[in-house]
Design a protein around this ligand. Structure first.
Ligand code: GDP
Ligand code: ZN
Length: 459
């Protein structure tokens, strides 16, 4: 248990009509008793895990600051594991700050960012991967990302790492015990064991690492490049998707010279849309730079929207782009359908792309919903399902998993080469420790401070 009692505003200021001031620590109860009154002005009795209605008053006076719903959660069965008091008041900045000030006047101290979750961790209420998932949850820009982060709060990543560690420990124990035996065949059995079990564990670590890619996608948005030769309507399509005017739309080919990025929330999935300069052969130096950048963002993209102008005959640039994107995850879009689609253009495109061509008009908005459906399908079926979404290691964890993998591989190399068992044991122990850091077991104080300072205030 920490000595002092902390308080903070737990909801983002200005969001929603209700705000929460959260208090955690030994004084939470006495602070609640000092600050909350019944509507008729009598002291309010706090009831365990029960919502109570009352008035928050300035300590020492009976001037009501606001109406409040009071939630009392005595430790250890609370978020932090300590006594927790939550005051739900009206969400205005002024009200929230005056209620927080009242808590501080009644004896609490202002919480540092992430301090509530740090206490939860220190009191054994969650492992480090769960705590970090809380950070991601707070930061998750959209529902889908939030849902994925939630699964990690439930602890699957931690469970899998713990299970791998358990096997590593058993393996290490096997090796350590064998060190004292002089017989060679006993040593050989241990080495063989390191090789077979090691192989399995490497596979499981790899799977955890693969899951990080999805986590990143969800945090940063699915990188989606809109490509096509100049004037097919890429910027207009971006605007139609954004449903607001952002990119410059002109009649002069080659004006979108730089890559413009916009984030959209497509039915709960974050997309990082990149409007690229039109890709075509050109003598203009400035435009060439734009073309280089476009190719770069096309190469980085997880999804390509390849746009054609259905009202025009196809050009060499259209041909070239089709070939260039053929191996990428792409959706072919035929724009300007409002002007009618040319037969030859349609036949050519459908000859190349058997299914899934989306006809739309960026100008009228017709077909935009169908494109959104396609994008969601591709992401859910091809991007998200590639990986088991329930683990989602973050960048720090991925690094540690890589280190654990190196240690385990070197233990296996030593075993294969018939090196001394001591050497193998040391490598196994190191792999065990790296995995421990990933879930916060054996974590040093510095690391904890580093991690928890990334939190928003009040969490
Ligand atoms: P980009 O160079 O590929 O980014 O193309 P723009 O978005 O700048 O559009 C080029 C021209 O095509 C502009 O005059 C747009 O108004 C026009 N345009 C774009 N989309 C459509 C569409 O769906 N229908 C029609 N009729 N015109 C469009
Ligand atoms: Zn453009």
């Amino acid at each position: 248990m920490q000595e002092d009692t902390i308080a903070a505003i737990a909801t983002a200021i200005g969001e929603g009509s209700v705000g929460i001031v959260r208090v955690s620590g030994e004084m939470a109860q006495s602070i609640g008793e000092k600050l909350v009154r019944t509507p008729s002005g009598r002291p309010l009795r706090l009831a365990r895990r029960t919502m109570r209605y009352g008035h928050v008053v300035q300590p020492g006076s009976d001037d009501p600051l606001d109406e409040a719903i009071v939630l009392w959660m005595p430790g250890p069965h609370s978020y932090t594991g300590e006594d927790v008091l939550e005051l739900q008041v009206h969400g205005g900045v002024h009200v929230l700050q005056s209620v927080l000030a009242a808590c501080l006047a009644a004896g609490a101290r202002m919480a540092e960012p992430g301090e509530f979750t740090k206490r939860a961790f220190l009191n054994g209420r969650m492992d480090l991967s769960q705590a970090e998932a809380v950070i991601d949850l707070i930061r998750a820009k959209t529902e889908f990302a939030g849902k994925m982060a939630l699964r990690q709060v439930e602890g699957r990543f931690g469970d899998e790492v713990r299970s791998i560690r358990k096997e590593l420990l058993a393996l290490q124990a096997h090796v350590e015990v064998t060190i004292d035996y002089p017989e060679h065949d006993v040593e050989d059995v241990a080495c063989q064991q390191v090789l077979t079990v090691g192989e399995q564990l490497l596979g499981r670590i790899d799977q955890l690492i693969a899951s990080a890619a999805l986590g990143r996608v969800l945090r940063e948005g699915v990188a989606t490049a809109i490509v096509g030769r100049p004037n097919v309507g890429k910027s207009s399509l971006l605007n139609a998707l954004l449903q607001r005017e952002r990119a410059i739309v002109t009649d002069i080919p080659g004006t979108t010279r730089d890559v413009l990025e916009e984030y959209i929330n497509l039915r709960g999935i974050p997309l990082r849309l990149m409007d690229t300069a039109g890709i075509r052969e050109t003598e203009d130096v400035v435009e060439q730079i734009g073309v280089v950048r476009s190719r770069q963002s096309m190469a980085d993209a997880e999804l390509v929207l390849l746009v054609y102008d259905g009202s025009q005959p196809l050009t060499d640039d259209d041909w070239a782009l089709e070939r260039e994107t053929a191996k990428m995850r792409r959706i072919v879009v035929v724009n300007k359908a409002d002007q009618g689609v040319r037969r030859d253009t349609q036949a050519w495109i459908e000859g190349l792309v058997a299914r899934g061509v989306v006809y739309l008009s960026a100008k009228t908005g017709e077909g935009i919903d169908a494109l959104a459906d396609r994008v969601i399908d591709v992401i859910e079926q091809e991007i998200a399902m590639d990986m088991d979404a329930s683990y989602m290691a973050n960048a720090r964890q991925t690094q540690l998993l890589q280190l654990a993998k190196q240690d385990l591989s070197s233990a296996m190399d030593s075993a294969a080469a018939g090196a001394t068992l001591d050497l193998i044991a040391v490598a196994l122990q190191s792999a065990y420790a790296q995995l421990g850091y990933a879930i916060g077991e054996e974590a040093g104080e510095d690391l904890l401070d580093e991690i928890f300072s990334r939190f928003c205030l009040g969490k």
